[in-house]
Write a protein that binds this ligand. Structure first.
Ligand code: BGC
Length: 437
């Protein structure tokens, strides 16, 4: 592996609902994921995040794993329903106390705390008032950001407002495979705009409380056009606008692109200025490219997704395509030029069916190959002039993978859920050697 620039941030990521468990402890309110996971048929193995990795009670052990890994940063998310159990009103001290302990433990271990404010676990009470379809949720989000930064703003080293607003809009509100399970297709656009509005208002709230840098973490997927007709080209452009530009063009001051479903009536005067509040870092989450061709006649979508041949595949059946990460970073650089702030890859990783051997060891050479390829792609992008300043592996621990429940393992550390025993995999040692170097 070639050398990375001095000061490059080596990290790992997690999110609250996927690891914390303790969903009714210390006054946490219910979130949309507690509700959704209980609905029959939503989660493949019928599980919930009630216990997950029990990180709420085992955070000290997990912080020791981070220290042993030698990473300089840990990206976690804060559960809004711990800070405001009903999504409104004053800060719930017992909920913030947990993050206070976590942050102090990280700092004592020499690991920079990187906090995401919203990784999809909206307080259920806000959903009942319309959730992100309701413009008021943006104002509620800024209030929650203010309360959280008032307590942690002196110690968190990087704030991330939202995680993957595109995925929350499309899976949560477009096709309903994630919470809150709405199936609005392109009528989900208000969810995009209100999240971005909440982001912009939260940036201002954070600036008032902290001097630490502020970011957003977007999901990107470079489009591979399948077929060569004008209709295929139009389909690829439509998908690219939706997935890769809808949330980035307005953030970087360009206004919305021409994307399917865009409804100008949702955008009020002055909103675009709020959305474009300057950010210090753009978080990039990347897993795989997407194959797109023209849809069949009568399809409700202006594109059709097609599997990409010729790549190895993860347990999720996602193609392993490190070249897609390089392509994406170069594309961001070309598209936005000087308007592009420094980029950190805030998620990159893969699921495999990792099983301990007879000696209890977990060997995961595919994950090592995956990370090796993706880090080389990042290095190539840096060499080509893209300002990439960090890379976070998804994820520290095997965890509760949303609609896939406990069936997909993304961790550098294996978790045996019945006993909660943590076993570092061989990828943990590999990444440690790299991060320490
Ligand atoms: C999400 C994570 C998720 C990962 C793997 C990302 O879209 O931010 O929460 O576990 O992908 O599916």
């Amino acid at each position: 592996m070639p050398d990375f620039p001095t000061g490059f941030r080596w990290g790992v990521s997690t999110s609250a609902y996927q690891i914390e468990g303790a969903t009714t402890v210390d006054g946490r309110g219910p979130s949309i994921w507690d509700t959704f996971a209980r609905e029959p048929g939503r989660i493949v193995d019928g599980s919930t995040g009630d216990e997950a990795c029990d990180h709420y009670h085992r955070h000290a052990e997990d912080t020791a794993l981070l220290a042993g890994l030698g990473v300089s940063a840990y990206r976690f998310s804060i559960a809004w329903p711990r800070v405001q159990p009903t999504g409104a009103g004053p800060a719930h001290t017992a909920g913030l106390d947990f993050y206070d302990r976590l942050v102090d433990g990280l700092l004592a271990a020499g690991v920079d705390p990187v906090a995401t404010l919203f990784h999809w676990d909206l307080p259920q009470a806000l959903e009942e008032a319309g959730g992100w379809l309701n413009r008021d949720t943006a104002a509620r989000f800024a209030e929650y950001a203010d309360l959280t930064a008032a307590r942690l703003g002196d110690r968190v080293k990087l704030w991330i407002t939202l995680n993957e607003p595109f995925i929350h809009m499309s899976l949560g509100h477009g096709i309903g495979t994630h919470a809150p399970g709405r199936m609005l297709l392109f009528d989900a656009f208000p969810v995009a705009h209100h999240q971005l509005l909440g982001h912009g208002l939260a940036v201002d709230a954070l600036r008032a409380r902290t001097a630490s840098p502020v970011a957003i973490a977007n999901n990107y997927s470079p489009v591979r056009q399948v077929g060569d007709t004008d209709a295929d080209r139009a389909a690829a452009q439509a998908y690219d606008a939706l997935h890769n530009r809808l949330f980035t063009d307005p953030l970087l001051g360009r206004g919305y692109p021409d994307a399917p479903g865009l409804d100008p009536a949702v955008i009020h005067d002055g909103d675009l200025d709020v959305l474009a509040a300057p950010i210090d870092v753009l978080g990039v989450n990347y897993y795989n490219p997407t194959g797109i061709r023209a849809p069949e006649e009568g399809s409700p979508l202006p594109f059709e997704m097609v599997p990409l041949d010729g790549y190895p595949r993860t347990a999720f059946d996602w193609p392993v395509a490190p070249d897609g990460l390089r392509e994406l970073l170069l594309q961001l650089h070309d598209r936005y030029g000087d308007a592009l702030p420094p980029v950190q890859v805030t998620e990159s990783g893969c699921a495999y069916d990792d099983v301990p051997d007879a000696q209890g060891r977990v060997d995961d050479p595919e994950r090592i190959a995956y990370l090796d390829g993706h880090l080389r792609a990042v290095h190539e992008a840096i060499t080509a002039g893209v300002p990439v300043t960090g890379y976070f592996v998804w994820s520290l621990l095997d965890n509760w993978e949303w609609a896939e429940g406990f069936t997909k393992r993304f961790g550098l550390v294996h978790v045996d859920y019945p006993t909660q025993r943590r076993t570092p995999k061989s990828s943990y040692a590999w990444f440690r050697d790299l991060a320490r170097r």
